[in-house]
Design a protein around this ligand. Sequence first.
Ligand code: SF4
Length: 100
Amino acid sequence: MGAGRGPTICRGYITANGGSCMAIVDMSWRSKGACQGLDAEIFYPDNDEQADVAKSVCADCTVRISCLHHALDNREHQGVWGGATASERRRLLRQRRRTA
Ligand code: SF4
């Protein structure tokens, strides 16, 4: 794991260019998303009322649950992920904390 080299694997973690280790996370679901190839702006509406198009794409997405978990676990603060807007995800996180 020398500094200045490309990404390397170390004990289940990955380093980027000799930097600190980060947990390896399976992000393979992303390439299967129904949003692939669509205009990303669809998924970043100005408000929840303009999120219907994105939500309809997500509704038919086979990786919706993985996408939603990713957004919740990583505190994605913007955009529609897993069919949920940022405010809907904040609500889900509050529910998650209450039931933990
Ligand atoms: S759930 Fe929505 S945002 Fe997530 S990968 Fe599928 S289409 Fe894209």
